[in-house]
Design a protein around this ligand. Structure first.
Ligand SMILES: *Cc1c(COP(=O)(O)O)cnc(C)c1O
Length: 356
């Protein structure tokens, strides 16, 4: 049976990425060796790294003066690395979900943290607005897409201080004005490639402003100086991510991806609103994520949750159970998810409604 993969992460990848990764594992760039067993200093792998960085810059239209790095440790490692490298006295954070709050917790070990606003009071089901960003902060940190709650900041904010964004789950889902950010980072495993690589887009001139000693591996400057090849990079994850970038370029880049993502999300949100069994978890339409669509079963049907999950599973639908911290349902509609999968989910919701 065809599977429809709605997992939040690791999550669906283009078939192209899977096929090319298999090819590379069997015979990498005509070397007669597997990509798993060649030196990261070989010409063939250096080409992979260079091409991945170049495609990042091309697809996101990254201006001069920024570096693209592929590190390890996940987005979670960045929660500590960012304040380690950038926080002198005070940093500002917007608290929009579980990931933001983990970033805040880490930053507190390095200095004063000003949480400018939080939506925690309502289970993170909206994006706070009308807060002010202190002009004396070293940077302002946001999470653009809240993978668990299903909210998203879909514009590039204006910030009076360097803007740092966790874009783990919406990178490459829309065009981004990178010039508005000092840094953009995320784990690759949501919209880019397999787990194991953490991408960092960083403006070179924001570094060198803190006094503390930074361990070599945790210092962005180390990785910028060495073109992200200071030590062994996550070779397979970068190789695989490169395939997704090629696929994305082939399919019209981020503008076309955004169009498809809006179409898919509209289709699903419309059904959630129409169907008597379900309600969107995020009331405010403009705050709704295009990547992680969260919804719940209405109170009078709450006992049908498990039944619906089984009903959907029989149609090949995988991964729509909500995050363990919030319950309900979450359908992740990343770039690689075809519209057809959303149509199958919508049909399942309609058919299930008729059985109730
Ligand atoms: C998944 C996720 C993380 C955590 O990523 P790891 O690579 O597992 O550390 C952080 N932030 C956001 C927004 C995420 O979706």
């Amino acid at each position: 049976m065809k599977k429809h993969n709605f997992y939040a992460g690791p999550s669906i990848l283009p078939q192209y990425t899977i096929d090319k990764t298999i090819e590379g594992i069997q015979d990498f760039a005509g070397t007669g060796l597997s990509v798993l067993e060649v030196s990261h200093r070989s010409k063939e792998f250096v080409d992979v790294m260079n091409e991945a960085q170049a495609l990042f810059k091309e697809l996101l239209d990254i201006p001069e003066g920024y570096s693209v790095l592929f590190l390890q440790g996940g987005a979670s490692m960045q929660f500590a690395m960012i304040p380690f490298n950038l926080l002198n006295k005070k940093a500002a954070y917007l608290d929009t979900g579980a990931w933001s709050s983990k970033a805040i917790k880490e930053a507190k070990a390095f200095g004063e943290v000003d949480v400018v606003a939080s939506s925690k009071d309502q289970g993170y089901n909206y994006i706070p607005k009308n807060y002010s960003i202190p002009e004396d902060a070293d940077y302002f940190h946001i999470t653009t897409n809240n993978t668990i709650a299903g909210t998203e900041i879909k514009e590039d904010l204006d910030s009076p201080v360097p803007l740092v964004a966790d874009m783990s789950s919406d990178i490459f889902s829309r065009p981004v004005d990178v010039s508005k950010y000092a840094m953009i980072y995320g784990g690759a495993q949501k919209n880019l490639g397999p787990a194991g690589a953490t991408f960092v887009i960083i403006k070179d001139d924001i570094l060198g402003k803190v006094d503390r000693h930074i361990p070599t591996m945790l210092n962005y400057q180390t990785h910028i100086d060495k073109g992200s090849m200071f030590n062994t990079p996550p070779v397979l994850a970068v190789f695989s991510a490169l395939q997704t970038l090629k696929w994305l370029k082939e399919n019209g880049g981020v503008e076309a991806a955004q169009k498809r993502n809006i179409e898919k999300a509209n289709l699903l949100y419309e059904e959630i609103e129409r169907n008597k069994l379900f309600t969107p978890a995020v009331k405010n339409k403009e705050d709704r994520s295009l990547m992680n669509i969260t919804f719940v079963m209405n109170d009078e049907y709450k006992d049908k949750e498990k039944e619906f999950l089984d009903f959907a599973a029989e149609r090949g639908i995988v991964g729509i159970k909500g995050h363990r911290s919030v319950g309900g349902f979450r359908a992740s509609t990343y770039n690689a998810l075809p519209k057809e999968s959303v149509e199958v989910l919508v049909k399942a919701m309609q058919d299930f409604e008729k059985t109730v």
